[in-house]
Design a protein around this ligand. Structure first.
Ligand code: FES
Length: 174
């Protein structure tokens, strides 16, 4: 009995639908991996010009990280606001832009950062996206841009200002 309750709690936590839900307004962003996995990402954690960071959204009240769907992986990078196009600048917070981290071609989720052009390249089939311009496709087989995620800053921490613009994932069931 002493073990039953913690185990039940663990199972309940694993099945928590909040972990699968897409990012919600006011969610905080937390490190997806590394030494600080699960900790809030502060504006100061993002140096201007990169590198990229990968985040998950977290319900700010219940502190539930929405990490039970790979489609909730979010790419973050801080760019020069004067180089962003209008829509991108409106969605950015102090130059930090956010996009779905899942390639719209066949769903890879690792990226090569190209700081000179503020673009990213997918190493799977070499699609390139321009993060200054709403992640438009510059090259490669990706059929559409990466969905953008509007951001804001709350008490120095990065937070979600609205849902994904477009559907994260890829065409073949992503
Ligand atoms: S999965 Fe990214 S280009 Fe194919």
């Amino acid at each position: 009995m002493g073990l039953a309750l913690p185990l039940a709690g663990l199972v309940a936590a694993q099945d928590d639908p909040r972990r699968k839900a897409r990012p919600q307004p006011n969610d905080r962003l937390v490190f997806a991996r590394g030494d600080r996995q699960g900790q809030p990402i502060m504006l100061a954690d993002l140096p201007a010009g990169g590198p990229l960071l990968t985040a998950y959204p977290m319900d700010p009240t219940a502190k539930v990280v929405r990490d039970d769907s790979r489609l909730n992986q979010i790419l973050l990078v801080r760019l020069d606001p004067s180089r962003l196009n209008g829509d991108t600048r409106e969605r950015a917070a102090d130059g930090v832009v956010a996009y779905s981290a899942v390639c719209t071609h066949t769903g890879c989720d690792t990226w090569d950062w190209q700081p000179e052009s503020s673009t990213i390249k997918c190493p799977c089939h070499f699609s390139e996206f321009d993060l200054k311009e709403s992640a438009r496709v510059m090259n490669g087989p990706a059929p559409r841009r990466l969905p953008a995620l509007p951001l804001k800053v709350v008490d120095g921490a990065l937070a979600v200002a609205g849902g994904f613009v477009g559907r994260p994932g890829f065409e073949a069931g992503g």
